[in-house]
Design a protein around this ligand. Sequence first.
Ligand SMILES: [Fe+2]
Length: 156
Amino acid sequence: MDKTKMVSKLNEILAHEWTGVAQYSQQGFMVQGLWREAYEPRFKAGADESFAHARLIGDKIVALGGVPTIERNKVKQADSIEEMLANSLQFEQTAVRHYEEALALCDDETDRPLVILLEDILLQEQAGADELVKLVHGAQAASPAQPAKPARARVG
Ligand SMILES: [Fe+2]
């Protein structure tokens, strides 16, 4: 395994996780109306999960001789719950891709604990993405933008 490449990839991941901390927190702050009851705890949990991943990745970067980034990427702001969920889904899918790319760098399997760490987080990211696919599809199905029910046949 090329340690320099791995540290660089893990720092990309760390920046993504810091983005998750800010983006999910912002969604939790901003979600209003009836959706707040359901989604504020969910977004807060998303921020906590990103923070937990950031801690694991930051510690691993130092263990590999690197310096963890304090930068993050741009946070996507949203006005509606549908948009927040779509942004969350995109965030989780990007996380899945990042962890898969990091695992691809473990080609010689010399650092088995790193493989296990990355696989463990990858599982969580994929579970989050799977859940959001269901939520986003459900939200779209409930949206007024969907075609209305077929009109009833007229009587008389
Ligand atoms: Fe994460």
